[in-house]
Ligand binder design. Structure first.
Ligand code: SF4
Length: 677
């Protein structure tokens, strides 16, 4: 598909989603935005977009969209902004930031747009300032650390080969909400009689769909995945379907691992830990034994807990025992091997600038304690999306923190800013995208002109850098030149033919790379990991119960992805909010009976960090002891005026310093209805 075809221009969905769908932007004859549709030339998304992005016009043409910079008058507590010109806003930033030492400036970005250029270019200015950067650990840090610990580089099978499998196991992957474009393939596999099995902690939409199609779901107790995987490994050894040749040639610590799993993890004990029947575990083992070409699709969310990396290590170790380590699909970013660092330019950091990244998951404590004097936020809404969000907001609201936010809307973070800069949407700027779920990438040029006022990340941070007198590299390039620089620097990974197709705007699946070894320190699969030992973890994957990060509540709280919204991206779209409905908590029917509550009753979820009140949905899909809230409700829609992440700890996971959102435990208390007097 060429970039422009009549009134259609090709780009990629920029949201933090592994599908990274091919998008066609429809414009009218004057080049104005009309709407989005799927790009049929995109082999992974095959011409379809999810319902969230189909309504992206609600962002582009939203009456609340920021069109002019805002600067604060008076203190943060007054909550008063006045409109300013870009020059005035930049001048305000320069006055306040110039005297601040780099280490006291926080660069705070995340996945609001996954474009490689727009998302990363602001780091050039931050690097030149010597600002403190964070470790990125909020989404997939734990799962990546667990995966890499055993299997090395994140590559896995091409997701487009899913249907070549004779068994699919979705381990903690709620495909219906998080990898929507594999759903049709799963349905076709079920129709062909191929076993498709989803393992999760409640009866997800994916499990419900599989059960309709002939697949099945296994609901395990939260945080017990490692116990299940290690039991399956033991069965493989005992019944003789462990791949001993593979173990010997490809793995470090194979003998030790076999002794380790044979010494524990028997069927009855695993059934007790996981809540599965012994029969269900045995049937799962049988499915693995029969499979010649399994596909293990692991998600990310299931590892967001204190023992999350251990769960991933155990699943990866199981795959090694079965000899199918190359059939674990987690993330695909190692496929690309692009020269992504040319955009951020770490070499611009002055001598003496801090080299230690701050742990993003713990930023609530750091901000609240006043560690920074200035912060720049882009592609991020930390007041909502970070754990321990009350502390995060308190920290961002400090009068001694000068806060600059580049955004589409006055988000909960922008409301606390000193200067808010209006941002372009993805259809209004150029960028390069690569998926972390499939193997396609795309160079997308600007599809429509932005309204007067908003500027892209590149334009906004270049203007700031120039006024601050930073080196030419931080302010001279424009987005298209940066995209070219990235693509050209990525040669020979991108060959001439691929480069030509990228320049033409096509979604391009890069050729596979030839790798040597597995990408671990030893080059082999590490069933025994010295790197884990060095970080205070057991050498072998081991079941360690989730300690709840100190929470003592009776219920595990899961804040699950919403099918109608995307983190806080659509928090200003009335249509998305209407589809999602008001914030609610899903409760198991027997738990509800015991609590004396019914559909629509109100309950308070509480722990040591806060309390939130929700109306109840009686949900047979929820197991006992687990309550679920979908999406990230807006603080202003909650009676307490705080969001769901107020209940999440800022503690870190076992490896990777990732978040522990799903270790949160709460008490659930009925809220008596108000008397009608
Ligand atoms: S959010 Fe995901 S599924 Fe939806 S259009 Fe974007 S990439 Fe595709």
């Amino acid at each position: 598909m060429p970039e422009t075809q009549g009134l259609l221009r090709a780009t990629t969905c920029p949201l933090d989603c592994p599908d990274a769908c091919g998008v066609l932007v429809e414009t009218d004859e004057r080049g104005r935005f009309v709407g989005l549709r799927g790009n049929p030339a995109h082999s992974a998304s095959r011409g379809t977009l999810c319902g969230k992005t189909m309504l992206y016009g609600e962002i582009v043409a939203n009456p609340d969209r920021l069109l002019r910079p805002l600067v604060r008058e008076g203190g943060k507590k007054t909550g008063r902004f006045v409109e300013a010109s870009w020059d005035e806003a930049i001048e305000r930033i320069a006055e306040r930031v110039a005297p601040i030492a780099g280490a006291d400036i926080l660069a705070l970005w995340y996945g609001g747009s996954m474009g490689l250029v727009q998302r990363r270019f602001p780091l050039r200015a931050m690097n030149a300032l010597g600002a403190t950067v964070h470790d990125g650990g909020i989404c997939d840090a734990t799962s990546t650390a667990g995966f890499e610990c055993v299997l090395g580089r994140c590559l896995g099978p091409d997701i487009e080969t899913l249907e070549d499998s004779d068994l699919v196991i979705l381990w903690g992957a709620d495909a219906a909400r998080t990898v929507q474009h594999i759903q049709p393939g799963l349905q076709r596999l079920c129709r062909r009689g191929v076993p498709v099995i989803a393992i999760d902690i409640y009866r997800t939409d994916t499990i419900a769909a599989l059960e309709r199609w002939g697949g099945r779901g296994l609901v395990v107790a939260p945080g017990t995945d490692a116990a299940l995987a290690l039991c399956l490994a033991r069965i493989a050894y005992e019944l003789g379907f462990a791949d001993r040749e593979f173990l010997e040639s490809e793995c470090v610590g194979a003998e030790e691992f076999e002794l380790h799993v044979r010494a524990a993890h028997d069927l009855e004990e695993t059934a007790r830990i996981t809540g599965l029947s012994t029969q269900a575990i045995a049937e799962l083992a049988l499915a693995l034994e029969r499979s010649q070409r399994p596909f293990l699709k692991t998600g990310v969310g299931w590892t967001r807990r204190r023992n999350g990396a251990m769960g991933m290590r155990a699943v990866c170790s199981l795959a090694a025992v079965l000899g199918c380590a190359d059939r674990v699909h987690y993330e695909s970013f190692a496929h690309f091997g692009l020269a992504e660092d040319v955009v951020r330019r770490d070499d611009l950091r002055p001598a003496g600038a801090p080299t230690q990244a701050v742990v993003q998951v713990g930023l609530g404590r750091e901000l609240d304690a006043g560690r920074f004097r200035a912060a720049f936020v882009w592609c991020h809404n930390p007041a909502v999306t970070l754990p321990d969000s009350v502390a995060v907001k308190r920290g961002l609201a400090r009068e001694d923190l000068f806060l600059v936010v580049h955004e589409h809307f006055l988000t909960e973070t922008a409301e606390l800013a000193d200067v808010v800069l209006p941002a372009t949407t993805f259809v209004e700027h150029a960028d390069v995208y690569r998926s972390y779920g499939h193997r396609l990438m795309q160079y997308a040029r600007k599809a429509v002109e932005p309204p007067e006022g908003p500027r892209s990340n590149v334009e906004a941070f270049a203007a700031i850098a120039k006024r601050l007198g930073l080196p030419r590299e931080t302010w001279e390039p424009v987005a298209e030149a940066l995209c070219e620089e990235l693509l050209v620097a990525s040669r020979p990974r991108i060959d001439d033919a691929e480069l030509a197709r990228l320049r033409a705007g096509e979604p391009v699946k890069l050729r596979p790379q030839a790798f040597r070894g597995w990408g671990t320190p030893s080059g082999k699969i590490e069933l025994r990991s010295e790197a884990a030992v060095a970080q205070g973890q057991p050498a072998l994957a081991t079941y360690v119960p989730d300690d709840g990060a100190g929470d003592r509540g009776r219920y595990v709280l899961v804040s699950a992805p919403s099918v109608d919204t995307h983190n806080s991206t659509f928090a200003h779209s009335a249509r998305h909010l209407k589809k999602a409905g008001p914030p609610r908590v899903h409760v198991n029917p027997e738990d509800a009976r015991e609590l004396g509550i019914g559909e629509g009753s109100k309950v308070r979820l509480s722990n040591t960090r806060g309390a939130l009140t929700f109306p109840v949905v009686i949900a047979p899909a929820m197991p006992r002891g687990l309550v679920r809230v979908d999406g990230l409700p807006r603080s202003k829609d909650m009676p307490e005026g705080i969001g769901i992440n107020a209940l999440a700890s800022g503690a870190t996971s076992d490896l990777g310093d990732g978040n522990v959102l799903y270790s949160a435990r709460v008490d659930v208390t009925p809220v008596p209805p108000r008397s009608p007097c």
